[in-house]
Design a binder for this molecule. Structure first.
Ligand code: HEC
Length: 122
């Protein structure tokens, strides 16, 4: 039994390496194309929960909360290009790319659209 569990652990470790390696390879291959593409299998909601939620759902540092539409009105009035510029480069306590460094600009746009869709559904 001990031997078997060792083998299984090794197998899992290898699978994890292969799996993370393949994600890395995919995003690298996608880069030179840059044709307004989402990363394969990109999930805006999952990315939001993983990367943006901590600041944005708590309002840390003045981060606009998707559950508070009034916090979005003025921001959206300046236009989506200006908003995305702030997302890509950071503004005040908002870090560049919202700390999602493996997100493409299109991925980030999808996350912002997700946040705005929540704000607009309130
Ligand atoms: C470390 C905290 C933090 C994280 C992580 C973070 N944000 Fe922010 N974000 C902020 C703060 C603070 C602001 C308000 C900045 C200001 O206008 O002063 C902000 C503002 C924004 C805005 C409005 C920009 C504008 O022009 O008004 C958008 C959109 C946004 N964040 C998207 C995201 C996305 C998408 C992610 C995740 C990929 C993310 N943020 C992650 C703190 C964060």
């Amino acid at each position: 039994m001990i031997e078997l569990s060792k083998v299984m652990k090794a197998g899992l470790a290898i699978a994890a390496v292969v799996f993370s390696g393949s994600i890395f390879a995919d995003s690298k291959q996608g880069e030179p194309l840059q044709l307004a593409q989402l990363t394969d299998g990109f999930d805006a909601q999952a990315a939001y929960m993983r990367t943006c939620f901590a600041c944005h759902n708590s309002g840390a540092g003045g981060a606009p909360n998707p559950n508070k539409p009034e916090e979005w009105t003025a921001r959206l009035e300046k236009g989506m290009d200006a908003v995305m510029n702030n997302v890509m480069n950071g503004v005040n306590a908002m870090p560049a790319k919202g700390l999602c460094f493996d997100c493409t600009p299109e991925d980030l746009r999808a996350v912002v659209d997700y946040m705005v869709s929540i704000a607009q559904s309130q």
